[in-house]
Write a protein that binds this ligand. Sequence first.
Ligand code: PEP
Ligand code: MN
Length: 335
Amino acid sequence: MIIVLKPSTPPEQIQLFADKLCNDYEVKVNRWDGVHSTVLGLIGDTHTVDIEYIDAQDIVESVKRVQEPYKKANRKFHPENTVIKISDNVSIGDGSLQIMAGPCSVESEDQIVEIAKKVKNSGATLLRGGAFKPRTSPYAFQGLKSEGLDLLKLARKETGLPIVSEIMRTEHIDMFENVDVIQVGARNMQNFDLLKELGKTQKPILLKRGLSATIEEWLMSAEYIMAGGNDNVILCERGIRTYENYTRNTLDISAVPIVKKLSHLPVVVDPSHASGKSWLVEPLAMAAVAAGADGLIIEVHNDPPHALSDGAQSLTPEQFDKIAEKLVALKACLK
Ligand code: PEP
Ligand code: MN
């Protein structure tokens, strides 16, 4: 951390400030006296240093971190990729491509079991399905809630596919005990109480990037979960808000190699929510694999025009079948 002090700060005040920093934090302070101002360089464990407190001091002109504020998610301190075991035969982060597929919302037993069987036959390795739905309108379908989770478990029993579903409230963590991957949706990426509670579990967490979150904010949310003791975090790029409105969101494909450089956590891409249009799912999914994603999460519905949510971006099982084959072939080429 670099602190530039205001010109003409009396030397004794500088010394007092430097001594206080050494006492309050586990850091060493280096000092450079220039012609007009003095610069302090903090070396050591600076992640607990309150940058706003420093900035508010009368003698401080400016302060800047030179190291990332996330530690546990940082590749610098954990150079090898994190591999997360989801079930006996599904792991993510080990160089394989994991394809999560299924409807936006679980709607009925027939719907989820039919889709689960079809996506499994096409090569999906996990089944997705929303039971608790964060909808923009309070009048839109809100999900089948705990019944939806039961139906997902039934579909898992029929197919053997591990299940992924979104949690919205801390109070529901017990209800998700038997769900293989707990999704934290874009709207909850900074629900810090939820992240802290999920940090006390050992569940794999699929952490979606917030609608307008920077990469650093997203990694800091992963850090919340990891700081509690749960290292099983999978990051999911699902498109961000930009001024472009042709697509539902803008897929930030560069986030994939950036996050893989900054962090050791596996990265998944959601081309369905990124685009909002089913015809764009294939090219975006291919781009994600080419960019190095460890997995994809894709919405598939047996009857998209009548889906209770996100029909426009949902693939039919037949469309998914063709795309999954191409994705697997592309992944093989890249190896
Ligand atoms: C979803 O996966 O259905 C969903 C609501 O996603 P997001 O949080 O990315 O909008
Ligand atoms: Mn959806």
